[in-house]
Design a protein around this ligand. Structure first.
Ligand SMILES: [Zn+2]
Length: 341
């Protein structure tokens, strides 16, 4: 089968399309014929060596949608040819967190395309337990477009820091996968959405997907703008995924008993906290990691009923995986980049 692989870590020049052996299903696995695979920052981290990957040569790609091509002997309830999306957060099913139904906290967790071969290939092997059937209204590109970033935003805003109608929320980088999903989910919750973007062109996009107020962070100070928009009150929730570059100001944007929920640290892992403000304002700093299989099923249902619109910037062949990573690093795109093998 054709796949985009790298034999060693490095810049995008290490990526090449090669023939790789076709995967065979283990007892509890399925083989998915990949029709679409979303591009994620994880692909850049794994190629560059910021996260551990195995095996080498490695196939990245975590956000898979396609058709079941083969089924392991112990699998029931799935059929060859069935259209599915793959829940990317893998879990052991046996540790104390899995036993409690908290699969994203699994002690032996992995992600499709990190400790195993991913979806930038014609075929991928995944655990049967991780596939979610596609509603008939949802196409492969849309499904791949929501398989990771959207379930992450969903987990953040429905589980870790849920919003109530009328609350104010700040969403960073509305043009990113997590940001474009968080804007829509916050809007569905009835909140007033303040979004940041990095260019004038993206401001209109952000409004179109539901942002009430849009801040161009390259030209305006987002903390001052949040204070102005909220009459110095601050917001109830900040959706953080930028990290070091925005962290202190994000915390400062919170109103009393405000909650900052974070799922990423694109610009660096260190952030200072004003402890006095933390206790005096009864602020909560909340981590959020991925999403569950049910989060994916919930999100796909909302895509099917058009309550959620996957924001797709473009689709690319396997030969252009490197180009998609360049686009993502330049922060030029608005919405998801999807590879269609
Ligand atoms: Zn586990």
């Amino acid at each position: 089968m054709k796949a985009t692989v790298f034999h060693k870590h490095g810049d995008i020049s290490v990526l090449r399309v090669e023939d790789m052996p076709e995967p065979a299903p283990g007892l509890n696995d399925v083989i998915v014929k990949v029709q679409a695979c979303g591009v994620n920052r994880l692909d850049i981290y794994s190629r560059a060596g910021r996260t551990k990957v195995a095996p080498m040569p490695h196939i990245a790609g975590s956000e898979v949608a396609g058709e079941i091509a083969a089924i392991g002997d112990a699998v029931s309830g799935l059929t060859v040819g069935q259209k599915v999306a793959v829940a990317p957060y893998l879990f052991c099913g046996q540790c104390e967190f899995c036993r409690s139904g908290e699969e994203v906290l699994c002690l032996k967790s992995d992600i499709v395309g990190l400790g195993n071969q991913g979806g930038f290939a014609e075929l991928v092997r995944v655990p049967a337990a991780s596939v979610v059937p596609l509603p008939k209204e949802v196409d492969f590109v849309s499904a791949a477009g929501v398989a990771l970033a959207t379930i992450t935003a969903w987990h953040m805003l429905t589980r870790q820091a849920p919003l109530r109608p009328g609350q104010d929320v700040l969403v960073h980088a509305a043009g990113s996968g997590v940001g474009s999903a968080a804007v829509q989910i916050a809007k569905l919750s009835g909140a007033r959405v303040i979004a940041t973007v990095g260019s004038a062109a993206k401001m209109e996009h952000a409004r179109k997907i539901g942002a009430d107020e849009v801040i161009n962070y390259r030209e305006q100070d987002f903390l001052q703008e949040v204070r102005r928009i909220t009459n110095k009150r601050g917001v109830d929730v900040v959706v953080e995924h930028i990290g070091e570059e925005t962290w202190e100001k994000s915390v400062a944007c919170l109103t009393r008993r405000g909650r900052l929920v974070t799922c990423g640290a694109t610009t660096g892992n260190d952030g200072k906290v004003n402890i006095w403000a933390l206790f005096a304002k009864e602020i909560a700093l909340i981590g959020s990691y991925g999403g569950t299989r049910q989060d994916l099923a919930d999100v796909l249902k909302l895509v099917a009923t058009r309550h959620l619109q996957p924001v797709i910037y473009g689709t690319y062949p396997l030969e252009q995986v490197g180009k998609t990573q360049q686009l993502m690093e330049s922060r030029e795109q608005f919405g998801k980049l999807v590879v269609a093998p």
